[in-house]
Design a binder for this molecule. Structure first.
Ligand code: PLP
Length: 387
C-alpha cells in the first residue's frame, strides 16, 4: 500500500482518505481486518511484504500510513496504547541521558518516567515549559530529549512548540510532542519543527471510547527505523481489529472536532459566569495566559475544559461530580460522549500530592471532556449538578 500523500485541499478530505487504498485482492473500499498472526511464504524469506504480525500487518500498515498523513509526517507507527508509544520513545535513550519534561502533564506519562525509567539511570526534569527560559536553563550536556504536552493536562496551559524546537535544534536535541489533547485537526507539531508526534489514539483519533491505542509519527528515516526496531522488538503492537476501529475513527475526526470546539466554547463561557465557579481553564479565553500562542499554533481551542468551584470542600466536589446525568464520571477523554473527571483522585492520582499542589493542580479541580452532544443538554446537566 502506498504512503504517497494524495493532493488534498481540505483537512476533511485528508482525514477521510488518509492511508486507505482499496484492498488489492478484492477492491474492498475499507481496509479489511487482517486477523492473522502469520503469512504463507513461497520460499524461505520470499513473501509479499509480511512475515509475522508483530512485525507488520496490512490493517496496521493502513493505519500507520493514515497517522503519518494526518500529522503531515512521512512515517507512522502504531502501538497497543498511548503509554507504549511513549515508552518506545524513551527506549531510544541510554543510562545517563536526560529528558526535559513538564510539571503539568498526563499522570501516566509521569508514572512511566518516574517509576519505570528512572531506575535505569535516565533522568527526567519536570519544569514549567511555558517560559522558554526555564527550558533553556534545564539543558545540560546530557540532555537528549524534550518532551512536550500541549495543551497540558489538566491545567490547559500552552507550550510554544516552535520556540522549543528552535532551541532544541541549536543543541541537537530531539523534541517529542504529545498531541493527544489537540488532535491533528487543531495542531501539527511536525510542521512546527518537532521530531516526533505522539498520540494516545484512545482519545480523539479513535473518538468513540471503544479502543486503547497509541501512535508515533516522524519524518526522519533513521528515527523511524530505530523506533520500528523498538516496536518490533518490544512487541507493544495493536491488533488488527483495533487498528480498523482507529482507521474508522479518523474518517470523522474533522466533523467531531468542529463540534467539540463549538460545544467547548459554549460550556467554557457558561461556566465562567456561573456564580459558584471560581476559575475556568480554557485556552480560548483572551485572558488565558498563553492565548496568543494557542491562537498561533492551533486552529481552534478544543473541548477540554477544567474548572474550580468556589466551595473548595471535598464534599461539594464529590456532590457535583456525582450529580451529572448525561456527563459520565470517568477517566479518559476525546470520545463523542461528555465525561467529567476529578484529576486529583483519578487521572493524576499517581502524582504525589505535594508535587501536584506545587504545580497548581488543586484537589478542587474538575476536568471536563466535552463531547458532541447538543450543547444545551450539556449546559442543563451541568446547571442541575452545580446547582
Ligand atoms: C490518555 C493519555 C495518554 C496515555 O494514553 P493511553 O492510550 O491511555 O495509554 C498520554 N497522554 C495523554 C495526554 C493522554 O490523555
Amino acid at each position: 500500500m502506498s504512503n504517497e500523500a494524495k493532493s488534498y485541499k481540505g483537512l476533511g478530505t485528508k482525514f477521510i482518505h488518509a492511508g486507505v487504498e482499496p484492498d488489492p485482492s478484492t477492491g474492498a473500499i475499507m481496509t479489511p481486518v487482517y486477523q492473522t498472526s502469520t503469512y504463507v511464504q513461497s520460499a524461505p524469506d520470499t513473501h509479499k511484504g509480511y512475515d509475522y504480525s508483530r512485525a507488520g500487518n496490512p490493517t496496521r500498515t493502513a493505519l500507520e500510513n493514515a497517522c503519518a498523513q494526518i500529522e503531515n509526517g512521512k512515517y507512522g507507527l502504531a502501538f497497543s496504547s498511548g503509554v507504549s508509544a511513549t515508552d518506545a520513545v524513551i527506549r531510544l535513550l541510554n543510562p545517563g541521558d536526560e529528558v526535559i519534561a513538564s510539571n503539568d502533564m498526563y499522570g501516566g506519562t509521569y508514572r512511566l518516567f518516574s517509576k519505570l525509567f528512572e531506575k535505569f539511570g535516565i533522568k527526567f526534569l519536570y519544569i514549567n515549559q511555558q517560559d522558554i527560559k526555564n527550558v533553556s536553563d534545564a539543558i545540560t550536556s546530557n540532555t537528549k530529549l524534550i518532551w512536550i504536552e500541549t495543551p497540558t493536562n489538566p491545567l490547559m496551559n500552552i507550550v510554544d512548540i516552535a520556540a522549543v524546537t528552535q532551541l532544541a535544534k541549536q543543541h541537537k536535541l530531539l523534541v517529542c510532542v504529545d498531541n493527544t489533547f489537540a488532535s491533528p485537526y487543531l495542531q501539527n507539531p511536525l510542521d512546527l519543527g518537532a521530531d516526533i508526534v505522539m498520540h494516545s489514539s484512545t482519545k480523539y483519533l479513535g473518538g468513540h471510547s471503544d479502543v486503547v491505542q497509541g501512535c508515533l509519527v516522524m519524518n526522519d528515516k533513521q528515527l523511524r527505523d530505530d523506533l520500528y526496531f523498538i516496536q518490533k522488538s518490544s512487541g507493544a503492537v495493536p491488533g488488527p481489529q483495533d487498528c480498523f476501529l482507529v482507521l474508522r475513527g479518523i474518517k470523522t475526526l474533522h466533523v467531531r472536532m468542529q463540534r467539540h470546539c463549538e460545544n467547548g466554547e459554549k460550556i467554557a463561557k457558561y461556566l465562567r459566569i456561573h456564580p459558584k465557579v471560581a476559575k475556568v481553564y480554557w485556552p480560548g479565553f483572551e485572558d488565558h495566559p498563553n492565548h496568543a500562542i494557542a491562537k498561533k499554533q492551533m486552529r481552534g481551542f478544543g473541548g477540554m475544559i477544567s474548572f474550580e468551584l468556589k466551595d473548595e470542600s471535598a464534599a461539594e466536589l464529590k456532590r457535583v461530580v456525582t450529580s451529572t446525568k448525561i456527563i459520565a464520571l470517568a477517566e479518559s477523554l476525546g470520545g463523542v460522549e461528555s465525561l467529567i473527571n476529578h484529576p486529583a483522585t483519578m487521572t493524576h492520582a499517581s502524582i504525589p500530592k505535594e508535587e501536584r499542589i506545587k504545580n497548581g493542580l488543586k484537589d478542587s479541580l474538575i476536568r471536563l471532556s466535552i463531547g458532541i452532544e447538543d450543547a444545551d443538554d450539556l449546559i442543563e446537566d451541568l446547571s442541575q449538578a452545580i446547582g
